[in-house]
Ligand binder design. Structure first.
Ligand code: SF4
Length: 757
């Protein structure tokens, strides 16, 4: 295809506002008596909305932050955009982008799959594209690439703060950005200029020394770390790398490590600014960003003597390739012990499919090193023994490996290059293996929970570096160790792999690729005249109606729909799985409201009594019945109601079905805030044991809402079915700003009012 080199970009909306950030940081440092700060703290605190008003304490203070940028993938962008439409704003407050990647299947091959996915998801893509045009959001078409790879190639910048509606957003930490995976509600905050809240994270310092040997790659470092930290070890922490080993790593390799920091539960992962970041910025058309970063290099590294909450030391020279899994990313086995591990567990030795690429591992370096393995084997006449699939992370990568020959090497080996999209990584993969049949796959992806890739719970899914995956594809056996074992060529001659080789960056620069995937302008102009396309008959998309403002009166006749016993996560309130296809349709997804909740009165899940007819039914059915009769309702919840994810649907749905308040023993903080944003009043029992006094079917009336103020008490007058009454004390945590959300009916109603004024 035609030569189409990547050109220098307009970096005005990409370069972080270093002057402002360093000024903010000076203010914070003064407050903190100039104690040395980690890089994570420097970047996060410099994005405080009111730096002069905050005393950040790690693990304690809730920070109000102003992110620089938002990125959204096609599944989670739907509700974010639908909500943003309610703000009345003509454009997003910060540069934002939408990436069509998750909805693309891997069935027949790149071109056909993209074309078919566009037909199957036309209404979603049309909606996202029209919304993007209207509000000046960069729209990346289906097939242009995977969100995190596109962000790394185009938008990530050292010292910036980005929110992305996807868990692997931390990938941009490879370019020194604090990039955090969030729910759609948080993206809406940033787009609507509502300060975004984050508890000041603790910081795990990872000191890297030495340099990687020829067989090891950055993927192996994070695979090993996943084993050390486990899937929960990073929770509430930013993982910050430092030490001289950092300077030996490629920018894209660091991105792989940050990407998989999500697998240990870290808020995000981060590297200091390095020369490899500079080279990557320059080769991807962002010299203006690297020049500005060079001038602010002091800001882009930790202060000498900075304190970490925990330090892990890793000598890169001692890292050997690892293979993690099956079914969890923290089950980490060194390659040299993998053969025994398989045998000890009695698992089948056959490798059925080998997959490389995805957002985690499709850099030029990954592709080159993987191709070097494939080339050695094919040159020696060794045939590939397993299915071999390659998912380039972006059109830029695909076009560059097409030009430089790696793609041909993969194809000559019998590999198939799939669309630049998530495909098999997110389960959009058509396989011939029978469901329920044990089989093993090896991928260079990041996640491997059961059934993730192909919906088959018996697929043993292992994670490894792309070069290891590729080499093992030629053996077709899990017991094969490419570092030590040999294979037979066509003539029966012994063949052994040499270590992988490959360049970090292409000598001839990157190719931009096909014109179909021409990148959108970094600063698209909003066009108010665009009509956002939503088919009123769609069952996947539905425009949102603004919630009604509160009349300022006490709540009366609130029916207890259900008293929930025990754990009630956002997954119990708004289940995922098959419901995900309704993410953009509030009415349809509301059919799953609280279906995972256990009724404390009868011990049953999703079974309550409709007091208007005394019949038992599911929670959503009774909620709908109450709604149709204009009966407002509430949930009595146990401890930590709404823990789990930031899923905003969990708050939107209860509000949509007619609940103006939720009363609990305690709330998970993010969900509590999400409820407030949707105009639902979260109340907590003053005396924990009062939870025992209320039951399903009771009627509640409030006292104290008329004069609601920060810290003011609220009384609940509960009428039992026999007419007896009791009074219960409750408390709320609304700030003055949040009170306005409740008054206006939602945070977005408030924004709209302010925009109109
Ligand atoms: Fe998520 Fe996989 Fe897509 Fe990456 S490639 S964004 S991990 S689904």
């Amino acid at each position: 295809s035609q030569h189409n080199p990547v050109v220098e970009k307009d970096c005005s909306s990409i370069t972080p506002p270093y002057a402002k950030l360093t000024k903010n940081l000076d203010l914070v440092k003064r407050i903190l008596d100039n104690r040395p700060l980690t890089l994570a703290e420097k970047v996060v605190y410099s994005h405080l909305t009111n730096p002069e008003e905050t005393i950040p304490v790690r693990g304690e203070t809730y920070l109000k932050l102003s992110p620089d940028r938002v990125a959204m993938q096609d599944a989670s962008a739907q509700m974010a955009l639908l909500q943003f439409m309610l703000s009345g704003m003509p454009t997003t407050a910060v540069p934002s982008s939408i990436h069509c990647d998750h909805l693309i299947a891997a069935n027949e091959g790149a071109d056909k799959d993209v074309a078919e996915s566009i037909i199957a998801n036309k209404e979603i893509f049309d909606f996202l594209e029209s919304g993007a045009k209207k509000y000046g959001v960069a729209f990346w078409k289906p097939g242009s690439g995977i969100i995190h790879q596109i962000v790394l190639e185009n938008y990530a910048a050292p010292g910036g703060l980005m929110l992305g509606t996807d868990s692997h957003t931390p990938n941009a930490g490879g370019l020194g950005m604090v990039a955090i995976g969030v729910g759609g509600a948080d993206a809406v905050d940033a787009m609507a200029a509502i300060p975004w809240e984050l508890k000041a994270p603790n910081v795990i310092g990872v000191k890297l020394t030495g340099s990687l040997g020829p067989w090891a790659s950055p993927k192996d470092v994070i695979l090993k770390m996943a084993g050390l930290l486990t899937v929960r070890g990073g929770t509430g922490h930013i993982i910050e790398y430092f030490g001289e080993g950092v300077d030996t790593l490629s920018c894209t390799g660091m991105a792989t490590m940050c990407n998989m920091g999500a697998e240990v539960g870290a808020t995000t992962s981060l590297f200091p600014y390095t020369t490899s970041m500079r080279s990557y910025l320059n080769s991807t058309g962002r010299r203006a960003v690297s020049t500005a970063a060079d001038a602010n290099s002091q800001f882009l590294r930790a202060d000498a003597g900075a304190h970490y909450d925990k330090i892990i030391e890793i000598n890169l020279s001692e890292i050997e390739p690892h293979i993690n899994g099956p079914f969890t990313p923290d089950l980490s086995t060194p390659l040299s012990k993998f053969k025994d591990f398989i045998a000890e567990n009695g698992w089948k030795d056959d490798l059925t499919s080998s997959l490389i690429g995805s957002c985690t591992n499709s850099s030029y370096q990954d592709m080159s090193r993987a191709a070097s393995m494939a080339k050695q084997a094919t040159d020696a006449g060794v045939d590939i023994k397993s299915q071999f699939l390659v998912t380039p992370g972006s059109e830029q990568i695909r076009a560059t490996i097409e030009r430089d020959g790696q793609q041909l090497v993969f194809e000559n080996a019998g590999g198939q290059v799939l669309a630049n999209a998530c495909g098999p990584c997110i389960g959009q993969w058509k396989r011939t293996e029978k469901k329920g049949e044990e089989n093993a796959i090896l991928t260079s992806f990041n996640r491997n929970f059961r059934s993730r890739n192909d919906g088959n719970s018996q697929t043993m899914n292992f994670l490894a570096a792309p070069e290891i995956v590729t080499a093992m594809a030629f053996a077709g056996k899990l017991s094969f160790n490419p570092m030590t074992d040999s294979l037979k060529d066509k003539n029966g001659k012994e063949f052994r792999f040499n270590p992988p080789t490959g360049d970090d960056l292409p000598h001839q620069g990157f190719e931009a690729g096909r014109a179909t995937y021409e990148p959108p302008s970094p600063t698209p102009t909003p066009d108010a005249s665009v009509q956002i396309s939503i088919d009123p008959k769609s069952n996947r998309l539905q425009a949102l109606d603004p919630f009604q403002p509160w009349n300022g009166e006490e709540f009366k006749d609130i029916r207890v729909l259900v008293k929930v016993k025990g754990k009630c996560t956002t997954d119990h309130i708004s289940a995922a799985g098959p419901w995900l296809k309704f993410k953009g349709h509030l009415q349809n997804i509301a059919e799953n409201t609280l279906i995972g909740a256990q009724n404390a009165d009868n011990g049953k899940v999703n079974l309550v009594t409709d007091v208007t007819n005394n019949k038992e039914d599911t929670i959503p059915e009774v909620a709908k019945s109450y709604k149709s009769q204009d009966i407002e309702w509430t949930v009595i919840a146990d401890h930590n109601y709404g823990e789990g994810s930031a899923r905003e649907h969990a708050a939107l749905q209860v509000r949509y079905l007619g609940s103006p308040l939720i009363i609990s023993r305690s709330f998970a903080r993010i969900h509590e805030t999400n409820l407030k944003k949707q105009g639902v009043l979260p109340l907590t029992f003053k005396n924990d044991s009062d939870y025992e006094k209320i039951n399903g079917g009771d009627v509640i009336e409030t006292q104290g809402l008329k004069n609601l103020a920060p810290g003011s008490p609220v009384k609940l007058i509960v009428t039992k079915p026999d007419g007896s009454k009791l009074s219960i004390d409750a408390v709320h945590t609304l700030s003055e700003d949040q009170l306005q959300w409740i008054r206006e009916g939602s945070a977005l109603n408030l924004i709209k009012k302010n925009v109109a004024a």
